[in-house]
Design a protein around this ligand. Structure first.
Ligand code: KG4
Ligand code: ZN
Length: 341
């Protein structure tokens, strides 16, 4: 060993076919992302069957490019890592089968990675000083989790969404106002021209736990607002509507996070997931953390949305802990955070 651990990582859980080579969990030697968004846009959302087929079509090229960009051959890497859940089963299977074949053929260890653990680990790439324990807020298209990261890959879940994920709410509201898919970036952009105070949307409270989230009520409130406007022939200011919806999401995410940091006496907060690239959330969380004396870590936008560099970063800590997956590694579409197959 030369003190370097180079991991080839593969991610195919949803609509991005991605591969990366990451050194020591921090240095990104290559990061290749083939996004299928254009294809799915035609249908207004991700079509699972099409996603799997596209992954099959692209994975060979994407993995080869990741090795080429890193000036490496498969024989040069120390391990092969892959997202094995949660996600779309057919999409996950493509990455898992591909990674297994590569690892088996080259005699390299195989490391199955939890997708959400990957998202949070994106922070380690640009913020080497960040170490557990800290508070993590993961907001993506499929997940909304507020967790205490106790140790590398050890999580205490404080709260989660009881219905739609934050990104899902962005996507559904964008569709309702006619902005198209994927909704998050479109709402983010149009909101810059809108007044976030224009419409007051009620904050959803979840009785069961003070840290849980609920976004479907907010989505319904937006739909009701649109229906009412249609019935009364009022014109809707899309920018104001988007900005007001976005503000409601940002407010609940920041309030829960700061509240949890105070209650558990944690001084560091890290955000992750596609929605963490939202400009209003980045700004709102920065302000809220500053006011509460908390340090905030957020990956660059390209490392917030799905990518394989984050999987390589997470895999490094699994590798260091001696965890390896067997040849029976399978896709686990509903894999829970902290669970291992
Ligand atoms: O993490 P990600 O790429 O995939 C999942 O693991 O789900 O997250 C995708 C989600 C989508 O719902 C997308 O609309 C949302 O992240 N998203 C955003 C922004 N960019 C992506 N939401 C709000 N603002 C953005 N700028
Ligand atoms: Zn993701």
């Amino acid at each position: 060993m030369d003190g370097r651990t180079d991991i080839l990582a593969i991610e195919s859980s949803c609509d991005e076919t991605a591969a990366a080579v990451v050194r020591n969990g921090q240095e990104v030697l290559s990061n290749v992302i083939y996004t299928q968004i254009k294809m799915h846009t035609l249908y207004g959302g991700v079509v699972p069957e099409l996603a799997s087929r596209k992954h099959i079509e692209k994975i060979n090229f994407v993995v080869q490019k990741a090795l080429d960009d890193a000036h490496m051959k498969l024989s040069d890497v120390d391990a092969v890592a892959v997202t094995y859940g949660p996600g779309l089963v057919g999409a996950l299977l493509v990455g898992v089968a591909f990674a297994k074949s590569l690892a088996w053929a080259s005699g390299k260890p195989l490391i199955g990675v939890h997708h959400i653990e990957g998202h949070i680990s994106a922070n380690y790439i640009e913020h080497p000083e960040l170490e557990p324990p800290y508070l993590g807020l993961i907001v993506s298209g499929g997940h909304t989790h507020l967790v205490i990261v106790r140790d590398w890959a050890e999580f205490d879940i404080l709260g989660r969404t009881v219905d739609d994920a934050a990104g899902e709410a962005f996507d559904k509201v964008a569709r309702a106002i006619g902005l198209g898919y994927p909704g998050g970036p479109k709402i983010d952009a149009i909101s810059k021209e809108g007044n976030p105070e224009a419409i007051h949307f009620p904050k959803a409270h979840v009785n069961k736990s003070e840290y849980d989230f609920s976004f479907s009520g907010l989505k319904s409130a937006v739909l009701n607002y649109l229906n009412h406007a249609e019935m009364t022939h009022e014109t809707v200011n899309k920018a104001d509507l988007a900005a007001s919806f976005q503000k409601a999401v940002v407010d609940v995410l920041t309030e829960h996070t700061v509240h949890a940091a105070k209650e558990y006496n944690i001084r560091r907060v890290a955000m992750a997931g596609g929605v963490a690239s939202n400009s209003a959330l980045r700004e709102g969380m920065q302000k809220a953390c500053q006011a509460a004396g908390l340090s905030l870590y957020i990956p660059s936008p390209v490392l917030c949305t799905d990518n394989a560099a984050m999987i390589g970063a997470a895999a490094f800590h699994e590798f260091e802990a001696g965890r390896r997956s067997g040849w029976d590694l399978n896709a686990v579409p509903a894999l829970r955070l902290g669970e291992r197959a």
